[in-house]
Design a protein around this ligand. Structure first.
Ligand code: DAT
Ligand code: MG
Length: 152
């Protein structure tokens, strides 16, 4: 299903470290289509909603405080199997366990500063996209012949 969509978010550490371009490029180069993107500083409430399934975990308060500590890059990528492939590209939750070649395995060290979020199922993708974006912020567009964008 080439219209599958995943919510991908670059956390405050990725923005602070200047890794936005590099990480977005990996998804673009793979061939996934960007359908939404914005820089936003999440409120604590927004962070808590995003991570609601982890509310009982001891690290939940720290995690939510961290996510709301500065701007994040909220994105939606579209493409065949993008939810699962996005998770593969991101790598394991602990960057020390993430394979080299993955985003976390190449660019991060500790779990609490693992630079990126990606939806883990169709259900979470749908819920996360609805949480972070209004319907009109999602852009449906066709990739066309590059020459038309270089010449008139
Ligand atoms: P993922 O981000 O790989 O989907 P998750 O959904 O289990 O991982 O957890 C969400 C975030 O919470 C994760 O990116 C970092 C933080 N986190 C998870 N487990 C943690 C732990 N044991 N200690 C501290 N932070 C943790
Ligand atoms: Mg998760």
């Amino acid at each position: 299903d080439s219209t599958e969509r995943s919510y991908i978010m670059l956390k405050p550490d990725a923005v602070q470290r200047g890794l936005v371009g590099e990480i977005v490029q990996r998804f673009e180069k793979r061939g996934f289509k960007l359908v939404a993107l914005k820089l936003v500083t999440p409120s604590l409430e927004m962070a808590q909603k995003h991570y609601y399934d982890l509310a009982e975990r001891p690290f939940f308060p720290t995690l939510c405080k961290f996510l709301s500590s500065g701007p994040v890059v909220a994105m939606v990528f579209e493409g065949e199997d993008v939810i699962r492939q996005g998770r593969r590209m991101i790598g394991a939750t602990s960057p020390l366990a993430a394979d080299p070649g993955t985003i976390r395995g190449d660019l991060a060290i500790i779990t609490g500063k693992n630079i990126i979020h990606g939806s883990d199922s169709k259900e979470s993708a749908e819920a996360e996209i609805a949480l972070w974006f209004k319907p009109e912020e999602l852009n449906s567009w066709k990739k066309t012949d590059v020459e038309a964008w270089v010449y008139e």
